[in-house]
Every structure is written in structure tokens, then in C-alpha cells.
Write a protein that binds this ligand. Structure first.
Ligand SMILES: NC(=O)C1=CN([C@@H]2O[C@H](COP(=O)(O)OP(=O)(O)OC[C@H]3O[C@@H](n4cnc5c(N)ncnc54)[C@H](OP(=O)(O)O)[C@@H]3O)[C@@H](O)[C@H]2O)C=CC1
Ligand SMILES: O=C(O)C1=N[C@H](C(=O)O)C[C@H](O)C1
Length: 249
């Protein structure tokens, strides 16, 4: 499997570079990054997808939402499947991904771990049962270099809950300066940023006699990298369409 690594000089790009260099059947054949000279990578790095000359089987992206147009153009022009792991996309950007997936296979997930994706399935089942008697809130914690908040994962978990409740919830981000009580249909989403926290998510169902909390902790970035590699193997050869990690696991 020949991989184009987009965002190769970032935190996730470097974790993937290390892990893939120890694998026999797959190879990063080139990378693209805003800052191509930052590291001495064992593959050529370009500052733009337009400069890529190598033949690739799949593009894995861990970069920035602002690169989306160029990634979609590369995939569409070269018929290359995409694994888009970047977060922080606007509604319009998510629509562009959906549109492009009519012509090429795209795997898009804000979290490549098995644990988080299983939790979305569990939430889908339990939220409708608990909603009447429990208030639902999400807390996420990440390192102090993270650009987007709330995290893509927190939004993915919120969407899993909301879709199981006919989208009747109203997302409230980090409450402050309020003088009213919490409304029943609120789903609070709260972001903590500090130090080197890799990624922690908690979904809290707060009732009157009991509280249920579902927690996920990423112990290292390796978990996301292994998920992205699994996703890349999955997406090659698939029909055009928009896939998620739940299709992979
Ligand atoms: N789906 C998942 O499981 C996971 C998703 N993520 C997401 O992946 C993304 C990257 O995370 P992380 O590696 O921690 O972030 P980093 O900021 O460490 O890495 C991003 C890299 O992409 C580069 N970059 C930024 N804009 C562009 C561009 N337009 N074209 C090419 N390269 C660009 C950055 O350069 P520069 O530093 O110069 O800006 C940097 O080298 C984030 O959106 C994050 O939320 C992260 C972990 C897991
Ligand atoms: O930026 C990160 O680090 C992470 N981003 C993803 C997100 O926004 O949910 C996934 C993971 O939690 C790490």
C-alpha cells in the first residue's frame, strides 16, 4: 500500500511515519506539509499536493480544515481514495466532503480509535432510553496545542446522541454568564485544554438517584495512527461513497 501522508510533519504525521516505517507491507511514498523541511523524513515532502509526482494508493490526512479543497481536488483528479482524519470542519466543508464522495471513496472520522466508535453505537442505543430521566453532558480534554474546540470527537458523540433522539437537542457550548436554569433539551459540551493530554472524552447521564458516565481515554496517539492505517486498507478498492470508522470495525 503506497500512502501519501498529508500533514506529515505534524504530531500525528510523525507518529504515522514512525509506525509505518516498522511495517513491511505499507510505505509512505511521499508527504505534504506547510513546513516541508521541518524533519528529515525517509520520503520526499512537498509544500503542495500539486507537486506530488509519486503514484499513490491512498491519501491519509491529519492536517488542518483549511486544506480541504486541495485534498478533495487531488482525490478527484487522480481517483485516489481519501482517509480524512482532520477535525474542525464547518457545515459547508462537511457538505463538500459529502459531495466529493459521490465520485471517490472517502473515509471520514473525527476519531480513529475503536473505543470511541463503539461508544457512538452504545450511545445510539441508550440515549433514547435514558433521555426522559437523565440530563446529558459531554466533557472533552486535550493538549494545549489543539486548534479546534470543541473536539471533533465531542461533536461526533453529540451527533450520535442527537440523531437517536430525532435531533431534538440543542447544543450548549461551555456555559457562562447565564441566569436561567438548564433546559431539558440542552446537551452541554465542554472543552478543557492543557499540557500534553492526548484526548479524553466523557459522556455524563445525570439523573436524580444515579449518574452514568462513559469515559474514553486515548493513552497515546498510536491508537489513532493504527486506526488510520486500518482505515486506509479498508478504503482502497471500495466504491465511491462516504464511509466512517463504524464501517471499518
Ligand atoms: N481523527 C482522529 O482520530 C484524529 C484527528 N486529529 C486531527 O488531525 C489534525 C492534525 O492533528 P495534529 O497532528 O495533532 O496537528 P499538528 O498541528 O501537529 O499537525 C498538522 C500538520 O499539518 C500542517 N498543515 C497545516 N495546514 C496545512 C495545509 N494547508 N497543508 C498542508 N499541511 C498543513 C501543519 O503545519 P503547521 O504546524 O506549520 O501549521 C502541521 O505540520 C487536527 O485537526 C486534529 O484534530 C488528531 C488526532 C486524531
Ligand atoms: O487534536 C487532537 O489531538 C485530537 N483530535 C481529535 C478530535 O478533535 O476529536 C481526536 C483526538 O481526540 C485527538
Amino acid at each position: 500500500m503506497r500512502i501519501l501522508l498529508h500533514g506529515c510533519n505534524g504530531k500525528m504525521g510523525q507518529v504515522l511515519t514512525r509506525i509505518i516505517s516498522q511495517m513491511e507491507d505499507i510505505k509512505v511514498v511521499c508527504g505534504v506539509d506547510k513546513n516541508p523541511e521541518k524533519f528529515n523524513n525517509p520520503y520526499p515532502v512537498y509544500d503542495s499536493l500539486e507537486k506530488v509526482k509519486e503514484k499513490v494508493d491512498v491519501l491519509i490526512d491529519f492536517s488542518n480544515h483549511s486544506a480541504l479543497d486541495s485534498i478533495l481536488k487531488f482525490g478527484l483528479d487522480n481517483k485516489v481514495p481519501l482517509v480524512i482524519c482532520t477535525t474542525g470542519f464547518s457545515k459547508e466543508e462537511k457538505d463538500k466532503i459529502k459531495e466529493a464522495s459521490k465520485n471517490i471513496p472517502i473515509l471520514n472520522s473525527a476519531n480513529m480509535s475503536i473505543g470511541i466508535n463503539l461508544i457512538t453505537k452504545i450511545l445510539n442505543q441508550i440515549a433514547p432510553i435514558l433521555y426522559e430521566d437523565f440530563d446529558i453532558e459531554i466533557i472533552e480534554k486535550h493538549h494545549n496545542q489543539k486548534l479546534d474546540s470543541p473536539s471533533g470527537t465531542a461533536l461526533m458523540l453529540a451527533d450520535a446522541i442527537n440523531s437517536s433522539l430525532n435531533n431534538k437537542l440543542e447544543y450548549v457550548y461551555g456555559r457562562h454568564s447565564k441566569t436561567d436554569k438548564r433546559k431539558k433539551q440542552e446537551l452541554g459540551i465542554h472543552a478543557i485544554r492543557g499540557g500534553a493530554i492526548v484526548g479524553e472524552h466523557s459522556v455524563i447521564f445525570a439523573g436524580y438517584g444515579e449518574v452514568i458516565e462513559i469515559n474514553h481515554t486515548a493513552l497515546s496517539r498510536d491508537v489513532f495512527a493504527y486506526g488510520a492505517i486500518k482505515g486506509a486498507k479498508f478504503i482502497i478498492g471500495k466504491e465511491a461513497g462516504l464511509y466512517t470508522m463504524n464501517d471499518v470495525i
